[in-house]
Design a protein around this ligand. Structure first.
Ligand SMILES: CC(C)(COP(=O)(O)OP(=O)(O)OC[C@H]1O[C@@H](n2cnc3c(N)ncnc32)[C@H](O)[C@@H]1OP(=O)(O)O)[C@@H](O)C(=O)NCCC(=O)NCCS
Length: 179
């Protein structure tokens, strides 16, 4: 049985733009929405977290359940997901409030702890939808900055951050001395 969103997507598929049919892929993106995460998204959230941060599946299960518990999860205050019109969750962004952020003009600002879009949906604007949503959220809460970071060799993430208005604020190398 198709969901209402699915019918709408397939319906729009038949629409012309510039005398050409829109691809189903394009229609699916055009109807992708961003919303606050729900408890019923836990399985998908864990799936995507495992792809973004592999190697600690038990932590992802524990932390995502903590997020919906009374005590909450220390690592995120809000989580938004991107959902396509077929009802499939295809990306997320985790936001926390950090008291100290290198390069920020103020303390206690929203910080992107995790930003992820499923590989087969990348480079079509879904990541942008997620960042736009948290930017609107932050403005409504009275913040004037958002922090984020990425690995030095994650060029796609660096390009995407810059394209979406983030300015590079600092670079760091982390060291460990084994004793
Ligand atoms: C980073 C990530 C979330 C971006 O999601 P996305 O849906 O592909 O991003 P979008 O399609 O919305 O693109 C956003 C901007 O980044 C740019 N961008 C996206 N992919 C790019 C690429 N491969 N090369 C250069 N620029 C790119 C786009 O051009 C776009 O800018 P524009 O609006 O000026 O055109 C996604 O690549 C991802 O999940 N990567 C793996 C996880 C990761 O590295 N996360 C970030 C660190 S936590």
């Amino acid at each position: 049985m198709f969901s209402r969103g699915c019918f709408e997507a397939i319906n729009s598929y038949a629409k012309y733009k510039n005398n050409q049919y829109l691809s189903l892929e394009k229609v699916l993106f055009m109807n992708t929405t961003v919303r606050l995460i729900k408890k019923s998204d836990i399985e998908e959230w864990v799936r995507m977290r495992n792809l973004l941060w592999p190697g600690s599946p038990e932590d992802h299960i524990r932390e995502t359940n903590e997020f919906f518990s009374e005590k909450g999860f220390y690592g995120a205050v809000e989580v938004f997901v991107a959902e396509n019109p077929l009802g499939k969750v295809i990306g997320f962004v985790e936001l926390n409030i950090r008291s100290v952020v290198d390069g920020a003009a103020s303390g206690d600002i929203p910080y992107v702890e995790g930003w992820y879009v499923d590989e087969n949906h990348r480079n079509r604007g879904v990541g942008k939808l997620l960042i736009n949503e948290i930017s609107n959220w932050a403005v409504k809460k009275g913040y004037s900055e958002i922090g984020s970071d990425t690995e030095l060799d994650n060029n796609i993430s660096i390009q995407a951050h810059k394209a979406l208005g983030f300015k590079e604020a600092d670079r760091k190398i982390c060291f460990i001395k084994t004793l």
